[in-house]
Write a protein that binds this ligand. Structure first.
Ligand code: ADP
Ligand code: F6P
Length: 489
């Protein structure tokens, strides 16, 4: 039986009871718990020993975790530089925050090569390799150069933007060519998959066959849409378990019967927090009847704090939050509670359940699991209302939310008023519709569909034969003036 090897930059604690670190980690952990396997990634440590081999960190049940350290130079160039200073903003359509430096891109190549070399030491010929996210776009290319012929898939947790946006990255052509070395590329939504296919057709001289099979650079790659989900029952169980309600009880008591609007995000400019705060301010102006009668709580643990754009958004939010409270607070009422801290999942889910409105307004998001967790945590007989950005991947599935444009403050303010006034019947109807979709597109379904397709369940071979028959001669899109891959970095 072939083993599943998962590769991601960030790995989660694999011991039962420890909190996981975000949506990616929760999904991966679940995939591995079911059937066992290896999880490979960065240890989170920055070390000066650049020659450090992959080391076995620990095993828990069926999961074995291998990690490598990064040198300071690689951490700066790869993680802070190209992955989070160039790719992250560009993939989220926030090109104003993007910067590019060829030295950072060199570090990105180097770390992808380092991951591949360390991984090659533990991979067996029939293992299946599932890579995750934008940190590892060049992983398969490096593994192929080392002679590995395993099935290798990539799931992109972020959006994939329209080609003109992606092409603002000077190394775009090299990245796309490297991505075509995977056997399967998974995207969150059809928009993301289509954007990638558009690039292949229009910029790379490639061809799209049936069933999402693309041919370019003499390679055939299957593409598909796999919206990541949540464990509905697990979230509901955590949300409803009385033993987890310490924080929720304190919150409940402090509200004095006022309805709660809740937002939960990593402190990231893509999450739209600044415009959200301004929309809340607008809501208090336009609908003064809610003054003293509602509380908005924003939970936002700091993230990537050693990158300037993240420090800047933090400063901006502190200023806007201060202004709103200074302007509207009363001796016995504070409209906005702004918390820069994380909570264990068991504490967070009951907080969702307390909220009459879940306000999720990213400027762009691959999926946004907070939106799904909020819905799953609600009492089906008296649920809260989800106000959701049209630019979150989740909006493709959760059509029964109140869908808003996060750039339209008047629209968001009106949606908040409508959500707070919504009758129980309509709330139940909308909630049931969203829950139905989420049960179909569960975390299990996400994992199973991706794994089946990677194992070849959708006849990759047939797609490949068709591709060879009708493919155009591969065009080189990497201009000769650009640095090419070092075959043996
Ligand atoms: P992203 O992956 O960009 O951070 P998602 O909304 O898809 O965004 O996933 C975020 C995950 O991190 C969710 O599972 C959510 O429960 C968790 N999370 C976000 N904020 C907090 C917080 N303050 N405390 C604990 N968990 C959090
Ligand atoms: O998809 C969002 C993501 O990059 C995940 O990979 C990760 O769990 C989360 O954000 C936290 O980011 P970082 O690993 O940079 O701390």
């Amino acid at each position: 039986m072939s083993r599943l090897i998962v590769v991601s930059n960030r790995v989660a604690p694999i011991t039962e009871g420890e909190p996981t670190a975000g949506g990616l980690a929760a999904g991966v952990l679940d995939a591995l718990k079911q059937q066992g396997g290896i999880w490979f990634g960065w240890s989170g440590e920055v070390s000066d020993d650049t020659a450090a081999p992959a080391h076995l960190e620990r095993s828990a049940g069926p999961i074995t975790l291998y990690t490598i350290d990064l040198s300071r130079r690689d951490y700066d160039g790869f993680y802070r530089g190209f992955a989070n200073g160039t790719l992250w903003p560009t993939l989220h359509y926030q090109v104003g925050h993007a910067q590019f430096d060829w030295d950072d891109f060199d570090a990105y190549r180097r770390v992808n090569a380092l991951f591949a070399q360390a991984l090659a030491r533990v991979v067996r010929p029939d293992d299946m390799i599932w890579a995750h996210d934008y940190h590892l776009l060049c992983l398969a290319d490096n593994l192929r150069r080392l002679g590995l012929r395993n099935r290798i898939g990539l799931f992109l947790h972020t959006p994939f933007p329209a080609p003109p946006l992606f092409m603002t990255i000077p190394a775009h052509a090299e990245l796309i060519q490297a991505m075509c070395q995977f056997d399967l590329l998974g995207f969150q939504t059809d928009d993301d998959r289509t954007s990638f296919a558009d690039y292949i057709r229009r910029q790379a001289g490639g061809v799209e066959m049936d069933a999402g099979v693309l041919s370019a650079f003499g390679r055939t790659v299957k593409t598909g849409v796999y919206p990541i989900g949540v464990h509905v029952e697990e979230v509901r169980h955590l949300a409803a378990a009385p033993s987890h309600h310490r924080y929720a009880a304190r919150l409940h008591d402090s509200l004095l019967g006022q309805p709660l609007i809740l937002s939960v995000d990593r402190l990231d400019y893509s999450k739209g927090l600044r415009l959200r705060f301004i929309a809340f301010e607008r809501f208090l102006e336009e609908f003064p009847q809610h003054q003293r009668n509602v509380v908005f709580m924003q939970i936002a643990p700091p993230s990537r704090g050693d990158i300037e754009a993240y420090r800047e958004i933090r400063r901006e939010l502190e200023a806007v939050a201060g202004r709103i409270n200074g302007r509207f607070a009363e001796v016995d009422w504070t409209p906005l509670r702004y918390l820069n801290r994380g909570f264990a999942r068991s504490a967070l889910m009951p907080l969702y359940a307390e909220a009459r409105v879940g306000l999720v307004t990213p400027l762009r998001d691959g999926m946004n699991l907070v939106a799904k967790e909020y819905v799953a945590a609600q009492d089906p007989n008296d649920p809260g209302v989800l106000v959701l950005s049209q630019f979150a991947g989740a909006a493709r599935e959760l059509e029964a939310a109140l869908v808003v444009n996060p750039y339209d403050q008047v629209g968001v303010a009106a949606a908040l008023d409508r959500a707070l006034a919504m009758q129980q019947g309509e709330r139940c109807e909308r909630h049931a519709a969203m829950l139905g979709v989420m049960r179909r597109n569960s975390l299990d379904a996400w994992r199973d569909r991706f794994e089946t397709d990677l194992r070849g369940g959708v006849n990759l071979q047939r797609g490949m034969a068709e591709a060879e028959a009708c493919s155009q001669p591969p065009e080189t899109v990497v201009p000769s003036t650009l640095p090419l891959y070092d075959p043996q970095p």
